[in-house]
Design a protein around this ligand. Structure first.
Ligand code: 6GU
Length: 249
């Protein structure tokens, strides 16, 4: 799978692409990342890529010609072109899975107030936002997308880690512990030392449901939740009402 990234700031990607899981995936040939400088497609003497907005208002808009030329010079006709914008559809694990299934796709990073709408109308197949906040450009969002997609490409991380993720699907992760058994007076929960796999599984699920209830309670209303997780959620909520066993003294 090859991802092409179109940006005015190609240098931002260097350190990121040289580090960690992604660098390994690239060197093993599992993932390709091509970073393309939009400015190199501007034909005028000063390679101008932005201009004032028609209709007035503050800020600049990215000109259509360099982006169109960059897309036509790097992206196969019919390929997915994803524009990263706070005005896009929310990016989720489902989007990442969908992109990881291929084929190759292109990420278009906006800067300033955004890009000329006619480029979106002519080339863009998906508009994606990574959350409800404003970034100064699409580059950090592109890194988020590449990271989350690359780790889903077969062979990039072990099947076990992915299985564990699908186990906890729809819930926040349970807490993790490593050695030593006691750190500054705090012991690792006894059940994790027991070697009892079923008890450990149940404890982790309980912790996941508790954490989800605390930080993301709306996730517990999902239809996709396992019946076991649903039962735990119901129990936790009952206890929270003040009628649970823990509250009885
Ligand atoms: Cl994809 N781009 C920008 N500029 N800001 C964002 C975003 C993307 N997602 C959330 N905020």
């Amino acid at each position: 799978m090859t991802v092409t990234i179109l940006t005015l700031f190609p240098g931002l990607f260097q350190g990121y692409l040289e580090s960690s899981i992604l660098a390994r995936a690239i060197s093993r040939g599992l993932v390709g990342v091509k970073v393309v400088d939009i400015r190199s497609f501007a034909v005028d003497k000063h390679h101008v890529c932005d201009d004032a907005a028609y209709g007035g208002g503050p800020g600049m808009v990215m000109k259509p010609e360099p982006i169109a030329a960059a897309l036509e010079g790097t992206t196969a006709p019919g390929a997915r072109v994803v524009y990263l914008t706070p005005a896009g559809r929310p990016f989720t694990q489902r989007t990442a899975l969908d992109l990881a299934h291929g084929p190759d796709f292109t990420l278009l990073c906006g800067r300033y107030e955004g890009i000329d709408q006619r480029v979106i109308d002519s080339f863009v197949t998906d508009e994606i936002s990574i959350g409800d906040y404003v970034l100064s450009g699409g580059e950090t969002a592109a890194m988020v997308v590449v990271d989350s997609v690359a780790r889903l490409v077969p062979g990039v991380i072990t099947g076990e880690s992915l299985q564990e993720e699908s186990f906890s699907e729809g819930l926040l992760e349970y807490p993790h512990y490593t050695r030593p058994e006691e750190f500054r007076g705090m012991r690792v929960p006894e059940v994790l030392l027991s070697g009892h796999h079923e008890k450990i599984r149940q404890w982790r699920l309980l912790k996941s449901v508790e954490k989800t209830e605390r930080y993301r309670p709306e996730l517990l209303d999902s239809e996709d939740l396992s019946s076991e997780a649903r039962d735990l959620a119901r129990q936790i909520r009952k206890e929270g009402d003040g009628h649970g066993r823990d509250e009885v003294t």
